[in-house]
Design a protein around this ligand. Structure first.
Ligand SMILES: [Zn+2]
Length: 348
């Protein structure tokens, strides 16, 4: 049985509740830049990021992650608060994100993969993009042996990836179901194979793939990670907090606990040494519930972190576990699209 008017009353009640229920959201960005191709959907253009900041300042209350963690600890209100975070530690966070954050006076936390600070390597998923999705010619067959399991792929006509095909495919990303060429299937398959591997093993395979493809190891300026000096500049002034994101960006759940602990504690001490100050926030690499375990969370607490971010979606309210804070992944939306997502997220 349905009583007329109840639905409307419920909608009004929900709207009123939304105005008073203390709820915060944490946003997850990676890069603020514009690239010809972005298969992992990591980039937000500076223009769109500026629009996002405008929306945040108009519709919410930007706070730092530490303020949110403190409020959770003290049981204080989180009414429409919003936190900006970045993962991984790309150099564009300093050159493109920081000036805009300063202009709007919006605090942020940048979670840095410590082993890549000042490194001449690209992140492994960027390397894979360079190997498989750049125009040029590749050998016809790829044979790989990973953890004793043999793989073989025939590239067929995709061995030659000319400029025209590259241009027509460069809008492709991993969220698409289809693979326009064999190279895209390879990129996707090898990403999956490499993700759970220990860093040393992954680097061996990447060395082999680079050699197979005839690609050098020099970091592209467009895919550069922060240097130690840039990291210090990013943190200068106090608007931006630097958090830890392990040393090599592994799937922690796939590692024995002693190695997980090394990844967590070494990232903290390395960053603290560079910055000369305490690092008290952490973000789990990949950040889904399957990418870390209860032991991981316990280790993060044991090493003295005040809070830790995951990457599953959700709002933050009183009682939320501050060592598994949910975050909303932000894509390259314009201000209007972002505003719609923002309202949906903050209103629950
Ligand atoms: Zn990451």
């Amino acid at each position: 049985m349905r009583i007329r008017g109840i639905g409307r009353l419920q909608r009004i009640a929900r709207r009123v509740t939304n105005l008073v229920v203390p709820r915060a959201i944490i946003l997850l960005y990676h890069r603020i830049t514009e690239l010809p191709s972005d298969p992992q959907l990591l980039c937000v253009t500076p223009q769109h990021f500026r629009q996002h900041l405008e929306v945040l300042c108009k519709k919410g209350y930007p706070l730092s992650l530490q303020q949110i963690a403190q409020s959770l600890r003290d049981g204080k209100s989180l009414l429409r608060s919003v936190v900006v975070t970045f993962d991984d530690g790309y150099a564009d966070n300093l050159y493109n994100a920081r000036p805009l954050l300063k202009r709007y006076d919006v605090p942020a936390t940048v979670f840095v993969t410590a082993g890549y600070v000042g490194s001449d390597r690209e992140f492994w998923y960027d390397d894979l993009e360079r190997i498989f999705l750049s125009p040029g010619r590749l050998p016809e067959v790829l044979r790989l042996s990973v953890e004793g399991k043999p793989y073989q792929w025939e590239l067929g006509p995709a061995d030659d990836y000319d400029n025209e095909t590259y241009r027509s495919c460069r809008g492709w990303n991993v969220s698409r179901k289809e693979n326009p060429t064999m190279r895209h299937l390879l990129y996707r398959s090898i990403s999956e194979i490499l993700r759970p591997l220990p860093d040393a093993r992954r680097q061996n395979i990447l060395d082999y793939l680079r050699q197979w493809a005839g690609v050098n190891t020099i970091q592209r300026p467009t895919h550069r990670t922060l240097s130690a000096d840039e990291l210090v500049r990013l943190a200068n002034g106090g608007l931006i907090e630097i958090g830890a994101h392990t040393v090599s960006h592994p799937v922690l759940a796939a590692m024995p606990l002693d190695l997980q602990k090394e990844e967590i504690s070494h990232s903290k001490t390395r960053l603290e040494k560079i910055l000369g100050r305490r690092v008290s926030s952490f973000a789990y690499p990949f950040g889904g519930r399957s990418h870390y375990t209860d032991e991981t969370v316990a280790a993060v607490r044991e090493f003295g972190f005040e809070s830790a971010c995951s990457s599953f979606a959700g709002t933050v309210c009183r009682g939320t576990d501050r060592w598994q804070l949910p975050r909303f992944l932000v894509r390259d939306w314009d201000g209007e699209q972002f505003g719609r997502y923002f309202e949906g997220w903050i209103n629950g």
